[in-house]
Design a protein around this ligand. Structure first.
Ligand SMILES: [Zn+2]
Length: 197
């Protein structure tokens, strides 16, 4: 049985080796292959499935840090493996997609956070309010631990300032088979899917 530390390493190790058997098949089932396997402009069926995606913050104030290289607090250029979405303290956070809680994070960088897996995708939520005592994330009515199922759009927590942050925001990351994706590109795909007929 893995302790929480080893679980965290498993999730955060960049070069997670191997792929999950059947992952591509699961992705095809969800209609998610267009993003990972080809240009987002690929039309039709796969695009429509992105309508299921849920914007993770209820009270949007703005994007405060994009995905990719950025100048960090140290003044040096560093990679940023997610999208920072500013929102008032305590704003509800909703799961981008239905899935299963893979990990509850409690460290100095992400702070209190959650990792949810949806087939070959992992979506990560950092700097939450609430606590992660005993490996269970608790905030208001929310209590989530590894192995628990969540629906797309389900309330999974609240915006806070835990970990390395200078203001209340959600750090939202998405990985596909261990490779970080740009959440901004996914939001664009979701917007296109909603405007498509
Ligand atoms: Zn961030």
């Amino acid at each position: 049985m893995a302790c929480s530390d080893s679980r965290r390493r498993r999730v955060w190790t960049a070069a997670r080796s191997g792929t999950r058997s059947g992952a591509a098949g699961f992705a095809a089932l969800l209609g998610l292959t267009a993003l990972a396997l080809g240009p987002l402009a690929r039309p039709a069926l796969a695009e429509l499935r992105w309508r299921q995606g849920v914007f993770p913050v209820a009270t949007f104030l703005g994007y405060t840090s994009h995905f990719g290289q950025r100048v960090g607090p140290s003044g040096r250029s560093e990679p940023h493996y997610g999208l920072d979405i500013a929102a008032p303290m305590g704003s509800p956070i909703r799961s981008w997609w239905g899935g299963v809680v893979a990990d509850v994070i409690d460290d100095g960088a992400c702070g209190v956070g959650l990792v949810i897996t949806s087939g070959p995708y992992e979506h990560i939520y950092c700097h939450l309010s609430g606590s992660a005592a005993g490996g269970v994330y608790r905030s208001g009515p929310v209590a989530l631990g590894p192995g628990m199922a969540v629906r797309g759009g389900q309330l999974i927590g609240h915006v806070g300032m835990s970990g390395r942050t200078t203001g209340p925001h959600l750090h939202w990351g998405i990985r596909y088979q261990g490779r970080w994706l740009n959440p901004g590109a996914i939001l664009k795909a979701m917007a296109r899917a909603r405007s498509a007929r």
